[in-house]
Design a protein around this ligand. Sequence first.
Ligand code: NDP
Length: 485
Amino acid sequence: MTDSRPPVTTTDAGIPAPSDEHSLSVGPNGPLLLQDHYLIQKMAQFNRERVPERVVHAKGGGAHGYFEVTADVTPYTKAAFLSEVGRRTDVFIRFSTVAGELGSADTVRDPRGFAIKFYTEDGNYDLVGNNTPIFFVRDPSKFSDFIHSQKRRSDTHLRDNNMQWDFWTLSPESAHQVLILMSDRGTPRSWRNMNGYGSHTFMWVNEAHERFWVKYHFKTEQGIDNFTDAEAKAVVSVDPDFHLRDLASSIQRGDRPAWRLEVQIMPFADAATYRFNPFDLTKVWPHGDYPPITIGRMVLDRNPEDYFAEVEQAAFEPANLVPGIGSSPDKMLLGRLFSYPDTHRYRIGPNYLQLPINRPKVPVHSYNKDGAMRYQPSHDPVYAPNSYGGPRADTARYGEDAVWRADGDFVRAAYTPRRDDDDFGQAGSLYRDVMSDIDREHLVSNIVGHASQDVTSEVQRRVVEYWRQVDPDLGARVAKGLGTG
Ligand code: NDP
């Protein structure tokens, strides 16, 4: 006969606990005793249940799944996980909003994070993207300023539309991204109904050491579907965790969301002479110039078992690049290579890569040792070079080949201007050539609604000018809506 009794409660050291209900006291009514280690462990552990929330992308949800290669990309990259059609790699993805705190509502207007960890045979590859193909700024020195303008004021602790429009209208490179944010794509119906973009330009290198520039687009197989502004606001009051619930319940009922991976490939030499800087994160590569090719499919099929262990402690970093994939002269990407691992060391601790969700599914042979919460043993010798059989880098096989030539004086300057390097052109073509009449109508009312709330008349004047430069018709409609026209 099987024992149907529940297991005995224990301390975290595995020692059987004396009671689930009563602390140790001197007589039933007496004072509590310091030697009640079980009570003290419970209270002390509880006080330490939270780690600092992410300074951006705090609220999110995640799922496990796989990525499968569907086309031969070996002419472009030697990345092992992309090396043959049909090859599958385990992935973990985290979706998120950007500006809100851990308990904030899912359906607010915001870009959405779309961060993927591929557990490859050459270590973990992280593609830390968003649901937009571009970004608000192109130089990392403006990143914290941008985020400060989106979060809470120092004095009132309130978010402030005036601060947001003040920053945006003084940063014209933001127009393309703000256009998408203010469109209905700023309020996706679910995480399943949005695309994910690597956004940055990356480098691919093949076995012959030939280099290419690449952009990634994960296209939703569920179809794009967005809330209107009014619908998104209504859902906030009904279910602040709407997106989290939608993803978990869809996977639970066996409805597995999937995305098709398309890439755009630019020959290495084209970058030098292309009509605008292809590393500028505020611009897309028009499909007419570099047509997308479908190379894979990602499917999410398993919910996390422990939200904290798997989602809250998941640490994605654009610096995790595997052989065959490299970075590029995109200044935002180069800044992120530092800032992501830095925030993980602060938020989770220096050994965050040893946690089950973050650790690679291949052996680690690094020369790093010690630090808070290390539990994987380091092995002697703990230095290189050594004569005791420690790991050795295979430079002939893995030497740096995702490189580009750089030369020049040290300067603090914008990218060297090119013919089509303006801030408003691509936003204008999205508004005029891609959006439908309904998209444009909603865009105007979303902008007007947002810029009507606590925005000064001086900043509103700049808002109109900003959109007029994107498109005169858009500027006129915003002016009319704000009553400044
Ligand atoms: P295309 O007509 O070839 O592509 C337009 C792209 O826009 C498609 O990828 C489409 O893909 C996406 N799109 C459609 N509706 C919207 C919308 N309301 N908001 C945001 N994106 C939308 O044109 P081009 O490649 O020449 O690009 C024209 C403009 O389209 C660009 O200036 C840019 O603003 C926008 N765009 C371009 C992308 C690119 O990588 N080239 C990617 C996304 C947007 P889907 O509906 O599947 O997202």
